[in-house]
Each structure stands twice: as structure tokens, then as C-alpha cells.
Write a protein that binds this ligand. Structure first.
Ligand SMILES: [Zn+2]
Length: 68
């Protein structure tokens, strides 16, 4: 899985999970994931109710990939 750290000086990007504009985050498959969500996903257990939300949001990355 290739990731890259977003440049601090770049314009803000819209996070694929929280859908808010954030300056810091990583790019996954060409989509922006903010640091807050990245950290939250890592710390969320698979049996946590929030986990399904994150998975659903992240799934958008893969579905949108099909159309590109
Ligand atoms: Zn986010």
C-alpha cells in the first residue's frame, strides 16, 4: 500500500471519511485521509460500532476507483 504525507503548505483537502477540509493527512489510492481519521481508524476495534462507519466511508475510495 503506497501512502504519501500531504505537504503542510498545500491547500486543504477534503477527507474521505469525515468530509471536512484538513491540512494534514495522507493520500490513499489518490484519496485524502486526514490524520485524525487515520488515527481513529487505527485505534478502532473491529467490534466497535464506529468501525463499520469507517469501513463504509473508506469503501467509497474503492468504488470511485472503478469509474476512473
Ligand atoms: Zn477525516
Amino acid at each position: 500500500m503506497r501512502t504519501s504525507i500531504a505537504d503542510r503548505n498545500q491547500r486543504e483537502h477534503v477527507c474521505i471519511v469525515c468530509e471536512q477540509e484538513k491540512k494534514e493527512g495522507i493520500f490513499l489510492f489518490g484519496h485524502f485521509l486526514c490524520l485524525d481519521c487515520n488515527r481513529a481508524i487505527v485505534q478502532t476495534n473491529t467490534d466497535d460500532p464506529n468501525y463499520s462507519f469507517y469501513v463504509r466511508q473508506l469503501r467509497k475510495m474503492f468504488t470511485s476507483k472503478i469509474h476512473s
